[in-house]
Design a protein around this ligand. Structure first.
Ligand SMILES: [Zn+2]
Length: 278
């Protein structure tokens, strides 16, 4: 378990681990060779910096840790490699935490809420994963293990949780209802300042989110066509962004068909080198 990682964190990831990873994840194997090379290097750095913990006796093997690392690093592939005044560079996006807690199956999380009468309710909620600001990422291995098959539906648990981490780097919007916005450089979507970039972000994300919520309501209450994107994305704008990131990274063509209005936001953020400003 986790032998290569423990012993040789400073050496490149060996073919014996990397090639089977590509064979098991078609959405990684389809990347152009130079992109795979950088993903391999990002994954090495990720494995050197992060600590994996298996819960309930789950043993984390090298290939399990690498599968998580490579998928976590995929959204960083085209972001600036060096930090700028505006944004972290490379793995700096994930610099606020070290731990990755992997559960064999669903995670039962203790929750507490206070109702209008001031009564505290404690309950347990089944989760596939979780990302907390400044805290560890929690993942359910059974879901991570099915990443290749679930990519056909445009879903990916690891990308979902790490998309939350990326957004959290920018902090909450002034209006907390809007959720997190990743740090954006001036020039994003043609904006003239970092502040205008945030406004441009929400000007695209919010209407797409509201349109999606309407589709979910129509599907659920009026027997409309089911949405392609997981209806969970209608829970909050943070969830909409994280679910959209899953689809963008593993089913880009279908995502572009479903959400053409979001492509400038996603390409502008995740592929700043190739994006065309509006
Ligand atoms: Zn989420």
């Amino acid at each position: 378990m986790w032998d290569w990682l423990r012993a040789k964190r400073q050496t490149p990831i060996p073919d014996a681990l990397w090639l089977p990873l590509l064979a098991r994840h078609r959405f990684l194997a389809e990347l152009p060779a130079p992109d795979q090379l950088y993903l391999r290097e990002l994954s090495r750095q990720f494995l050197a910096q992060k600590e994996f913990h298996g819960a309930h006796g789950l043993q984390i093997s090298d290939s399990m840790a690498l599968a998580i690392a490579a998928q976590a690093c995929l959204p960083l592939l085209y972001l600036p490699r060096k930090a700028t005044r505006w944004q972290p560079g490379g793995l700096g996006w994930y610099g606020d935490f070290v731990g990755i807690n992997v559960y064999p199956g669903e995670v039962l999380a203790g929750r507490e809420s206070v109702d209008d009468a001031g009564v505290v309710h404690r309950y347990r909620e089944a989760l596939l994963g979780e990302a907390m600001e400044g805290g560890p990422v929690v993942l359910s291995w059974v879901d991570v293990a099915h990443a290749d098959a679930s990519a056909a539906q445009g879903t990916n648990l690891v990308i979902h949780e790490f998309a939350h981490k990326i957004a959290m780097q920018g902090g909450l919007a002034d209006d907390a209802e809007l959720g997190y916005c990743p740090p954006l450089p001036p020039g994003f979507l043609g904006s003239r300042s970092a502040r205008a970039a945030v406004a441009a972000w929400y000007a695209l994300l919010q209407p797409a989110y509201e349109g999606f919520r309407e589709q979910v309501i129509i599907a659920e209450r009026f027997s409309g066509a089911p949405t392609w994107l997981d209806p969970y994305a209608a829970e909050a704008m943070d969830e909409f962004f994280a679910v959209a990131c899953e689809a963008y990274w593993v089913q880009r063509a279908r995502f572009a068909q479903e959400f053409p209005a979001l492509m400038p936001l996603m390409d502008g953020f995740f592929r700043p080198g190739s994006a065309v400003n509006l």
